[in-house]
Write a protein that binds this ligand. Structure first.
Ligand code: HPA
Ligand code: ZN
Length: 332
């Protein structure tokens, strides 16, 4: 089997995708029109020109502006449904999606409007496409601890619809320790825990995510490589890192894909996975991310299979489900 055929054939779980980051310009234009919201672009070409980032913040400014078009439950449904169609194309059979309620509640959109639209799309994806999914609610780390606490309170009545809480947005200057109490409360309430750490921020933020937030996974985490003791800890615990290759390239976390450390992380026994982060902004969904690293780093068949196996190992699926998919990968 060719490398490309194998990538396509592998069943995969996606563990790091921001649903607001799957907002394709075509759908953004359509929803802006029906909601009569003005956006700062006239053509798809204008949009593509604007998607030229030099760091995380330069992306976030544009990403939050795009999300302002989303108002009604149907908008959130359409957004998620379009992403599920991409999952189907890429043989992503399970996905655990982030959503950022604060991006919407700050504009007067009800928490339930956002959640209901996403939940209905998840239900339809299971029924019509056979794709399983979970929702992970992220706190925006550039906002205050009090804001995050209030968002957690809003989520409590919907605990059964949200599997985990996470932490995203501008990393540097907003360390995990800022949210230690919020995450303690979330753990008490029974949420699983993830956090973006070690994308632009230092290895110390990964330690904080482990020791203070008590995460079940680290999102990104590529800067962990700068600290050998941390690498040893991550390997020993098989603590998953949800790595996003095209995101790292587009946000200049790496200069060239040939310099990406995903293969070295894998070699050192870390449970690394491949993910798309914000695929509408970074130029590709799951398989594009696999292809980008497979080409740049000349990944072997064994390494590609290991990355797909890790995605199920690192997922929040039941053990029997994990085993089912991992056996399918071994059989390829
Ligand atoms: N990092 C931090 N926050 C984000 C990202 C990311 O890559 N994507 C969307 N919000
Ligand atoms: Zn992310």
């Amino acid at each position: 089997m060719s490398q490309l055929d194998l990538i396509r054939a592998l069943p995969k779980a996606e563990l790091h995708v921001h649903i607001e980051g799957t907002f394709e310009p075509e759908l953004m234009f359509a929803i802006a029109k029906r909601n009569q919201v003005v956006i700062p672009y006239e053509t798809i070409e204008d949009v593509k020109q604007a998607y030229n980032f030099h760091n995380l913040q330069s992306f976030l400014d544009i990403y939050y502006a795009g999300a302002n078009v989303l108002i009604h439950e149907q908008d959130f449904y359409d957004l998620a449904w379009a992403y599920f169609e991409k999952c189907q194309q890429d043989n992503v059979v399970h996905t655990e999606m982030f959503f950022d309620p604060q991006t919407h509640t700050v504009r007067g959109i009800a928490f339930e409007t956002v959640l209901n639209g996403l939940v209905h799309a998840c239900e339809d994806a299971k029924a019509k496409l056979g794709i399983s999914s979970e929702l992970i609610m992220c706190f925006l780390r550039h906002l205050s601890e009090a804001d995050a606490m209030e968002t957690l309170e809003q989520a409590l009545p919907f605990k059964d619809k949200i599997i985990a809480v996470g932490l995203d947005s501008s990393e540097v200057g907003h360390p995990p320790e800022k949210f230690e109490r919020v995450f303690a409360k979330a753990r008490e309430a029974g949420f699983l825990i993830v956090a973006h750490a070690g994308e632009e921020g230092p290895a110390d933020y990964v330690w904080q995510a482990l020791d203070l937030l008590k995460v079940n996974r680290i999102d990104h985490g590529v800067r962990s490589e700068e600290d050998p003791a941390l690498m040893q800890r991550l390997a020993q615990e098989r603590m998953p890192l949800t790595v996003c290759p095209l995101s790292n390239l587009k946000l200049c976390v790496v200069k060239d894909m040939r310099e990406h450390n995903i293969q070295r992380l894998l070699e050192q026994g870390l449970c690394v996975t491949v993910n798309s982060d914000d695929p509408a902004y970074f130029g590709g969904y799951m398989n594009d991310n696999f292809i980008a690293v497979a080409d740049a780093l000349d990944l072997s068949e064994g390494e590609l299979k290991k990355l797909a196996i890790n995605s199920f190992e690192a997922s929040f699926l039941e053990d029997a489900e994990k085993e089912k998919w991992i056996n399918q990968i071994h059989a390829l």
